[in-house]
Write a protein of this length. Structure first.
Length: 327
């Protein structure tokens, strides 16, 4: 009798263990600085759902929008140290760490989305190597719409930017501000509306989507379609957290990331068109830049690219060669 009771108890224990193992769940948090309605955030939402479906609920990712978990400048480091498992950050903001992070913020290197994607393909191996050394895995990257100039006054040439209180978000935007004689001020997206309302900044260069999301037409009246560059957000995961997944879970994450990247780039094009309409409907003057302004900015861009190449060394030369060969 005792033997039968023991065997039954052992069988029940084994069954419970198997049941627990079958429903074991890994939970990740993800930090991003953008509001839930932003197109990057909507893309993340779909990515999270895809991972949940593909892993049958064994990997649950909880996104934290609007810099509610970490501020934008802190997110990359938080993923690197494992303080959060996943994060999204603006690559060009980290150019001071490594010049390669700032590549897609170089003025007039690309003319359109097709060229921007080719630049990303040339850049990607270098990004993966850099992030791997920092304990991160690059999952995907998605472009913002082209960066153009917003101002509270008419801008016909670079001389008109002199003295303007100019919002910067990267070493390149700060350098451009210096070269045109503007007064740079580092302002994160979450702080844009307040900075404009209080007069901390009077102009900036950013995407149509950021302008529409933050209703910049309430404080600024001019938008000049200079389309200076097409930067990207990167989504990364802590390497230890990723390696702790099963092979099946890793494959599911990779597959969902590839879909998110493709979807994100396609959506970015659509968002640009919608956002330009939103700006115009809000009362902003959406204008083509003057020939003089483009000529002036082109010269500034040449200086910035030359300085970047001097700092980026052989890797910089290699990535630009790969990009130029792909065109």
């Amino acid at each position: 009798m005792q033997r039968r009771i023991f065997c039954a108890t052992a069988a029940l224990a084994a069954s419970l263990c198997l049941s627990t193992g079958a429903y074991a769940q890994t939970k990740w948090d993800m930090a991003t600085a953008y509001p839930a309605f932003n197109f990057h955030s909507k893309n993340i939402e779909q990515f999270v759902q895809d991972v949940d479906t593909a892993t049958k609920g064994s990997l649950k990712i909880t996104p934290h929008y609007g810099a509610s978990l970490f501020k934008m400048p802190e997110i990359k480091r938080a993923v690197q140290t494992g303080n959060v498992q996943m994060g999204e950050f603006f690559l060009v903001s980290f150019q001071n760490e490594a010049q390669m992070f700032g590549l897609d913020g170089l003025p007039f290197l690309v003319k359109n989305y097709d060229e921007a994607f080719k630049l990303y393909q040339a850049q990607k191996p270098f990004l993966e190597k850099l992030l791997d050394k920092q304990g991160q895995v690059l999952l995907y990257a998605v472009a913002w719409p082209p960066q153009s100039i917003y101002s509270n006054k008419t801008i016909q040439s670079a001389a008109d930017l002199k003295g303007l209180k100019w919002r910067v978000y990267s070493p390149t935007t700060a350098r451009i501000g210096e070269l045109v004689g503007a007064q740079p001020a580092t302002i994160q997206e979450a702080e844009l509306s307040q900075a404009l309302a209080t007069g901390v900044i009077e102009g900036l260069i950013t995407s149509s989507a950021t302008g529409a999301d933050n209703k910049l037409f309430e404080n600024l009246k001019h938008f000049y379609k200079v389309q200076a560059w097409i930067p990207k957000n990167a989504v990364t995961v802590n390497k230890k957290a990723f390696n702790a997944l099963t092979k099946e879970q890793q494959a599911a994450v990779r597959e969902a990331a590839a879909a998110a990247e493709k979807r994100g780039w396609e959506t970015s094009r659509e968002v640009d068109a919608r956002s330009l309409k939103t700006l115009a409907d809000g009362g902003m003057s959406v204008e083509e830049p003057s020939a003089q302004l483009m000529d002036d900015l082109g010269k500034v861009g040449d200086t910035v690219v030359k300085e970047w190449l001097e700092k980026a060394g052989t890797d910089g030369q290699a990535v630009l060669k790969a990009f130029n060969d792909s065109k």
